[in-house]
Design a protein around this ligand. Structure first.
Ligand SMILES: *Cc1c(COP(=O)(O)O)cnc(C)c1O
Length: 334
């Protein structure tokens, strides 16, 4: 029985084609700037997303950290969602390692931050306060795609207030595929963007930070400082390049599978939130541990939470989704 892992889209295994591309690529020492495949990945993604430069890093956490630290000095502040990955799920790195003060705000139902609330949170120029430097958004945000009009508003808002604008685009391509737009239409509004290659795109490791030449030069120095300077990283960059060439459009399949899963679960009587991309959120209440154990016995890996998140990805097929739905139905019948 094959295992179905719905905990995250980070769990994918590299495909045969990806492994082949990794094995055949040319590498060098990237700390010396001599890895041709890393250089190609950085140039490729910067070009695709409309930035002057990019930096390959091991994780999305490091990519966001370097982005925040490259924008903000010690004692400066960034405004961010209370539920944003950058604020909540990265060990407080910006504060711990960058001495950057976060100003978290509640995320709106559509995944955005209310710009009136952001305006009210910007600190006056007065030595009592940290200097507000940056607004950080996330897209997709818990599977939700930020509206394009909102991105344009956030851009003019940050210009007006003299703030930089960073995007945690761990799942940027899910948003772009869902909207049917070139990813650049999203990233054009930002000063920096972090993209994960190791989520739905299916690479084993790696994220890329994109920005201006100056910003990426600062981030490159910081990457060395936090221990993220890798050597023959071209093997990993090759997986990322392969993913960008072969795994972007197929994200639509993951979105369709998530919608199919939601419909199947609703038909079985479950309360499922509207699906936007590849995440299905389900109210399971106090049965979280029971369903997790029940599913595990049937080869299905779930997280345990009252608001259960299930994530579709390239290693989950439509037939496997049917097995998941059947398992939930069986759980109810028991
Ligand atoms: C996964 C994720 C990250 C961090 O990526 P890691 O590679 O796991 O460090 C950042 N932001 C969002 C929204 C994510 O989902």
């Amino acid at each position: 029985m094959s295992v179905i892992d719905l905990r995250s889209d980070t769990v994918t295994q590299p495909t045969a084609g990806m492994l082949d591309a990794m094995a055949r690529t040319a590498t060098g020492d990237d700390v010396y700037g001599e890895d041709p495949t890393v250089n190609r990945l950085e140039a490729e993604l910067a070009g695709r997303l409309g930035f002057a430069a990019a930096l390959f890093v091991p994780t999305g956490t490091m990519s966001n950290l370097l982005g925040l630290m490259a924008h903000c000095e010690r004692g400066e502040e960034y405004i961010v969602g209370q539920q944003a990955h950058t604020y909540k799920y990265e060990g407080g790195g910006a504060a711990v390692l960058g001495s950057i003060q976060p100003q978290p705000l509640e995320v709106q139902a559509d995944g955005s931050l209310d710009l009136a609330q952001v305006a009210a949170a910007i600190k006056p120029d007065d030595f009592h306060f940290a200097r507000t430097r940056l607004l950080a958004l996330e897209n997709t945000m818990q599977g939700k795609v930020l509206p394009m009009e909102y991105l344009a508003q956030a851009r003019s808002f940050t210009r007006e207030h003299g703030l930089q604008l960073h995007l945690d685009g761990a799942r940027l391509y899910n948003a772009a595929v869902k909207l049917g737009v070139d990813a650049r239409e999203i990233t054009q509004h930002f000063d920096s963007v972090s993209v994960c290659l190791s989520k739905g795109l299916g690479a084993p490791v790696g994220s890329v930070l994109c920005g201006s030449l100056e910003l990426i030069a600062r981030a490159r120095r910081l990457r060395k400082m936090v221990g993220g300077g890798m050597r023959q990283a071209g093997y990993l960059a090759a997986a990322g390049l392969y993913a960008l060439d072969h795994h972007v459009q197929r994200l639509a399949e993951d979105h369709a599978n998530a919608e199919y899963l939601a419909q199947g679960l609703r038909a079985a009587g479950f309360t499922v939130e509207p699906v936007h991309t590849n995440m299905v959120y389900l109210q399971i209440g106090d049965k979280a541990d029971a369903i997790k154990a029940f599913a595990a016995e049937r080869g299905i890996k779930l997280s345990a939470a009252a608001r259960l998140r299930m994530v579709t990805h390239m290693d989950v097929s439509r037939a496997q989704i049917d097995r998941v739905i059947a398992t939930f139905v069986e759980f109810c019948a028991k």
